[in-house]
Design a binder for this molecule. Structure first.
Ligand code: GLU
Length: 431
């Protein structure tokens, strides 16, 4: 099957795992489609007084292991198929790290860059009004994803509490610290990936000082990862955002990039205004402008896709120079690319493991919301490290035992755990 859409790509990986696990026809049927596909149209009044409506989704893939869990993304390309794939990936992810959640995802098809703060708040509140019956601390717990922030989580919680006349800090995660958020949630996705990478390179007796890294995407996950890597002695040779990237063989300083990104809106802001760049200054600093496509093919040891899906494909997989790919984004690598990368012996640490730090600290936030406790930074960091490295070792064991790539091993482990839960619940007969 040629995999053209995000959900088809998920199904390809799911089917491979289901084959190995020898699932029954009933078990397969339950995993091939989400339990609930919720779709609404959200209407808001724009600042110019006109009405506008936006398609919105909440897709609940599976809750055998616990309440549905997963972020909400705001993006012009967020459609039903993409949100479906992301919801399914969440279920595999929560199972891989062994936290008591199922998987869901939400999306609003919009371009948040064109919305004012007031419009953004209106839209976020409209989302909660539209799906309120399907959300709740024991039902389905949203969180941030692409283009959604702690401030948006706060509006959503506020709307939910007003509608339900309740106090519900555990109905959503990724909230601001001042509104029952958890310490360490903002850096959790990158930190989880970083712990795995450190373990991996130690296992291969490599030294971070000799390793060059390329990071695609400079949102929360990508920027934090670039900083962590730089701080640990790796040479970050290139970073990018949706406008493009910059590359320097000598390494770049993510802290100064972040400063300029805040000021100018782009990682190339230090050198370029729109498409016009100060080439003299770039030459002097030994820096070069690259496109997002070129960035993926740069000479480096580790590639960290931390932006959107479908960027490493059958077209460019043979040109990737990295030896390790750590997926902080969801779904960046297609099955066609996976086949090529496997033949080339490039290690891919898959999204369902590499970026699971985010939902893991969301779990800590949820438990804090339910108990009223407040964890310290150390507590969060220690438990995140424990959970993520346990998952990494579980997956690695499957890799070595079955001589398969990490993605396949992670899917086998995750799907097995979901099916076990479906069996004990009596959704499917045992065996
Ligand atoms: N959006 C993040 C992810 O894809 C976090 C989800 C969550 O914390 O529930 O894993």
């Amino acid at each position: 099957m040629a995999t053209k859409t995000p959900y088809q790509r998920f199904i390809k990986n799911l089917k491979d795992a289901m084959e190995v696990l020898k699932l029954s026809p009933m078990e397969k049927k339950l995993l091939l489609e989400p339990q609930h596909n919720l779709k609404k149209s959200l209407s808001i009044k724009r600042d110019d007084g006109k009405n506008a409506s936006f398609p919105a989704f909440r897709i609940q893939y599976n809750n055998a292991r616990g309440p549905y869990k997963g972020g909400i993304r705001y993006h012009p390309e967020a459609d039903e198929d993409e949100v479906k794939a992301l919801a399914a990936l969440m279920a595999v992810k929560t199972a891989v790290v062994g936290i008591p959640f199922g998987g869901a995802k939400g999306g609003i098809q919009c371009d948040p860059k064109t919305l004012s703060a007031r419009e953004l708040q209106e839209l976020s509140r409209a989302y909660v009004r539209a799906f309120k019956e399907h959300l709740g601390p024991d039902i389905d717990i949203p969180a941030p994803d692409v283009n959604t922030t702690p401030a948006i989580m706060a509006w959503m919680r506020d709307e939910y509490e007003k509608l339900t006349r309740s106090y519900a800090p555990a109905m959503i995660t990724g909230k601001p610290l001042s509104y029952d958020g958890s310490r360490g949630r903002d850096t959790a996705t990158a930190r989880g990936g970083f712990f795995i990478l450190q373990e991996l390179i130690e296992g291969e007796a490599l030294d971070s000082k000799n390793l060059r890294v390329v990071v695609q995407g400079f949102g929360n996950a990508g920027a934090t990862m670039a900083n962590l890597l730089h701080g640990a002695g790796y040479t970050v040779v290139a970073v990018s955002d949706s406008h493009g990237g910059i590359y320097s063989e000598d390494g770049i300083d993510p802290v100064s990039i972040e400063k300029y990104k805040k000021k100018t809106g782009s990682v190339t802001g230090q050198y370029c205004k729109g498409s016009v760049c100060d080439t003299e200054k770039m030459k002097l600093d030994r820096v070069r402008q690259v496109s997002n496509e070129q960035l993926l093919e740069l000479p480096c040891d580790i590639l960290v896709p931390a932006a959107l899906d479908n960027v490493i494909t059958g077209k460019n997989a043979s040109k990737i120079k990295a030896k390790i790919i750590l997926e902080l984004a969801n779904g960046p690598t297609t099955p066609e690319a996976d086949d090529i990368l496997q033949k080339r012996k490039i290690k891919v640490i898959p999204d369902v493991l590499a970026n699971a730090g985010g939902v893991t600290v969301s779990y800590f936030e949820w438990t804090q919301g339910r108990s009223g406790e407040q964890w310290t930074d150390d507590q969060v960091d220690r438990d995140l490290k424990r959970v993520i490295l346990t998952a990494y070792k579980d997956v690695r064991r499957e890799v070595h035992r079955r001589k398969i790539p990490y993605r396949q091993a992670a899917f086998i482990l995750g799907v097995k755990r979901i099916v076990e839960a479906m069996r004990v619940r009596g959704w499917v007969s045992n065996g």
